[in-house]
Design a protein around this ligand. Sequence first.
Ligand SMILES: C[S@@+](CC[C@H](N)C(=O)[O-])C[C@H]1O[C@@H](n2cnc3c(N)ncnc32)[C@H](O)[C@@H]1O
Length: 778
Amino acid sequence: MDTHDVKDLPEVFQRIAQQKKSLCDAQSRKGQRPRRDPAMTLIFNHNLQRMTNEMRNLASMDGGTATYGTTFVPPPYPPCIRPLAELTKTTIDKLVLETQHRGTYLLVRCVTRQDRLTAVTAIVEDENRDAILLQLYHQELAFESTEDILNLGRVLIIKEPYLKFTANGGYALRVDHVGDVVFLAPDDERIPPVWLSSGVMECTASGWKTTGNERFERGEYRAAIEAYTQALECTPTAAESDTIHLNRSLAFIRMGAFDRALSDISAASSADSSEKALYRKAQALYGLQRFRDCCEVLKTLRQQYPNNKTARDLLNRAVARVAEQLHGRYDFKKMLDEAAKLRPPHLDHATYIGGPVVIKDSVISPAGRGMFTTRAVSAGELLLCEKAFAHVFVDESGTGAQALPMTMVIDAVNNRASMGAENELLNQAVQKLWRNPSLASAITNLHHGSYQPVDATSSVDGNPIIDTFLIRQIMALNSFGCPLTSRESVLGSSSKGAATTKQQEAAFHSSGIWPQASHINHSCTSNVRRCFIGDMMTVRATRDLPADAELVWWYRPPPSGVDATYLEHQKTFRSQWGFTCKCAMCRDLRDTPRSVLQRRRQLLDEFASLLGTSPQQQSRGLAGGGGGGRRPLKAGVLKKASAIVQKLDATYKNTAPTRVPRPAVAGLNMELARRLADGTEAGAAESARYALAALEACGFVICTGQSPGRGPLVVKEWGLMIDTVLDAWLYLQEAYWIVAPHLAVSALGYARTAYKICVGEDVSFGDALAGQGTGSSR
Ligand SMILES: C[S@@+](CC[C@H](N)C(=O)[O-])C[C@H]1O[C@@H](n2cnc3c(N)ncnc32)[C@H](O)[C@@H]1O
């Protein structure tokens, strides 16, 4: 959602146009045989490119400028759904351009080492010694690249090969679907004798097992799995078979292939009794987030092996996860600490599945689903806390090994272009599904627009069928950009003070997919807000809601009512998600004449030049970082500024702010509240007045008691939870401690709730209050 969309940047726009043209040119050559390059030329060019990339990587690890690759999304084509036995062999010389060779397969071996940028590439040759460039996409994760997957001499099968033009005008075998490539073991009988390596290796189960163990020790899990697989094919004894299965299960666990680990464990005859088997089973279940099952296994393990301390520790963790799953009991302080330390910030916590929400047919998304409350909930209440299915962290400050290379993804077919970790997010999701087929429905059931997935059984040749283009479409419609923590993004780090406008407006390069949360539909007049702590997302109600209320949040911020016209505001919704927002704010914007929008812009500019603030800050109505700081306002300036705010307010004639909130009016009021808070009684009284006006402009209905000295302050109705609201509450409670202490406690309570809604937790509220610089010491 708030990912970095770059399609409207002029240079990107041009590249999309170029790519469209290239796709058309490519189509005009569909079916032609390409000019064939000699193997030596291909190998030379590939090795040169590999060396250049290696040097560039070394330079960026040395603190140089981080590089980013560009990847062009091809038009979708389906994964192979037929078993290998039904395909017939073909050769490179028979391949024609821009064609998927259905019903065939290609047997090739690598004649170079691999290169890796956005794809893993190598030059391969067939039995006729014809060579070609092979590009494998989505086969591995960025930080798994310690083990090459295409090493010299490696033999593989490409199912239903697709010969495509490359972005630089050449051509290559492009493989997008992870199941369309089959890596052959070194002694596979399908390998032609001339390709068999002379020193063919182990031939006993115990030899292969030892090799597997050595590779495992070196952290080469993929290679270790291959060795253990070889060992199992050498008719081991029953005892050996058990050990090999259990060893392989651990390598699978290290690869995050928990489903595969579980099936190895159950293949061992001691699955239900041996200490090792029970512990591995518990680890795999934990990895799959099956915490209750995990607890059951660990209880058995503890009964049989009471001295196993590691099992006790894992059981404690699993019990804590069950409490999170069922009751939403999270230690947010610990989560913040973990997010600050862990890189990537992938936290060991569970998804709250026992919350007061349910997914069912939507009211606002025709023929789609949405998320609803199952009972009445109050503002600030935690409705969902979800662990990302996949999450990629881009350390904006990081260099070297910590800096994940960003990619620009250009999808000319769908008119999309984004900058960030989208490609790596897709890799993660694809790999997680490939390694854990039991998780498939969590992703494949998500909204995928008009994309038609292949109609097939879920597996072929013992492997799941994963359609990369389906997953890409699901990611495009359902993933979220995210900061490291919302606390940092809303408030700024304590050393920097309040967030700058730039931070608040930033689209994020880090991103993730949270399958439950992605059922929530869009409305500018949202009633829930999402926040992040590492890869955990919290969803809290922004107002009191009855049972059976459909939850909605903004996919992009609500219209300011100043900058964008209705059509401009709708453009992204239509192009990115295929709908038009019909909320009250959008309808009001549609009915507001352009002349009124221009008048609002003029008033904001007048206000800005009067107070010396940036017009952009005001028009967005954002909290924190008021350009004018705390310079006192002269009475004359205040009078004029106040008149401008009134005039701006008067341009919203037809609807009350409870129906159509006025972010721009709230922003100006808040600017005055900030500037007037000078610690004096007079300043505090004025500051409170404007902070209240800011809240009312956001749609809040607040009762401050009938007679002076009486309280408490009560919110009758909650408004639109933009960040201005948090500032307003913080300034209001600060002012009330000076001029109306009887209202201050309840204002502080509301400030805490607003904080919880905007930041996701309130354990850091005290620190924020002290560091936010509102002057309050409470
Ligand atoms: C992230 S999904 C939301 C869940 C989705 N409705 C479902 O059925 O799974 C985004 C898609 O929901 C639909 N959608 C979201 N908000 C909408 C709205 N305000 N009006 C109409 N459709 C909406 C659009 O089809 C959009 O591409």
